[in-house]
Design a binder for this molecule. Sequence first.
Ligand code: URA
Length: 473
Amino acid sequence: MERVVLPRIGTVAAWRDAARGLAGRGVPADAVLWQVGAEAPDLFAGAPAPAATGEPRAVRLPRVAVASLEAALCHSDPERFARAYALLLRLAAGDLRWGDRSDPALRRLLQQEKAVRRDIHKMHAFVRFREVTEPGAERRAFAAWYEPDHPVVEAAAPFFARRFGDMDWVIATPVLTARFTAGGLRIEETGDTRPPPEDATEELWRTYFANIFNPARLMPRAMRSEMPKKFWQHLPEARLIPGLIREAPARALAMQEAAPTFAPARAARIVPSRPALPDLTLETLKPALDACRRCPLGACATQGIAGEGSAGGLMVVGEQPGDAEDLAGRPFVGPAGQMFDTCAREAGLDRAAAYVTNAVKHFKFAPRGKRRLHRRPDGGEVQACRWWLEFERRAVAPRLTLAMGATAALALTGRGEGILARRGRVETARDGGPVLITLHPAHLLRQPDPARRAEAREAFATDLRAVVAMLGD
Ligand code: URA
């Protein structure tokens, strides 16, 4: 048995030299015992080195193979050196083609390479330095403690040297330490493993992390997969994570309820006439809606559709503009609007005396050839648009609101239960006003059976008559 003891520092380069020499002498894979560092068990001490029984091989490998082998050698698998040498011999002998993923040994090596590359990537991302500059020192000094899964310090360190070349730093890991002093990188065995002292840099990290954290985009599962929990202990900002997660729903809600944010001034050249919010009135609502990008719908619709009509009496709220409204720029002018107008007239309800609007101000559709098929807005879109509806409610100050359909009922009351069970009921809006719930007039148009349609229409008319009665009281 031939025994090769590789140094802990420069392990990969030492393996490369040893493997080349062994292959050149024709030493078969099962005749080599690979060890790292001094403390590896010396099972075969004293045993004579066997005669080489394999073919001497000059090793010439494609560059990508060398890169993969060398990366895989940074894996923590104790058998990695022996496995890599066995593969090397097969490749050199032409028994294995590089890239043949049907070969289990090669597949395993590629998996190990992948694990190592991921570990290096994590180290680049998750090392956090604390400042340890001595008073009066010419260069600022930083230190970090980090625990990689695999011995990747040597492979990962050049990245830090390039990135932080203008300062001195030390990254200590349980086995090796990378030290960068006055522009020179050195790898050494780890001595003192005490964590570096706390200082203001920690505070800066926390501030930074709290500022880049977007509660509306919180995806704890994705966070954990990108930044597994085991790294949290070394990240100063990680202490914030549980609190940030706890507060995220409330902060996201507050963000949505806050005034819409407008694009910087230069965007005015692209989207003209955007009123400043303090100037927002029912008259300037339309251009403000045109510019709204609180949700993606505004980007596809032709225009934003503001409500229209009279303040102080009835407010009629539908779902969203349809195809006809999107083109005309007015609410309830298409087939559903005409149905509403007819039923309202029959019930003695004067549309001109009401303020007619929608829960969502842009048309949501799916293109099908030349047609644009109506798509129901989702909860996020309804929520994003509520800011506008609530502005309209403050400006109009209705005595009574008619919610037509589930979307309007949800936007006004915050409740999403089945509309059929609620129709005809008077509920309370989020702002405290009375809301009579009914079905959407498009529901009447969707009834294929004339008897059913007549029935639905009568039920709708009953609700409209109730509205007239309530307004008359
Ligand atoms: N449906 C609605 O809900 N609103 C409109 O403006 C048109 C159709």
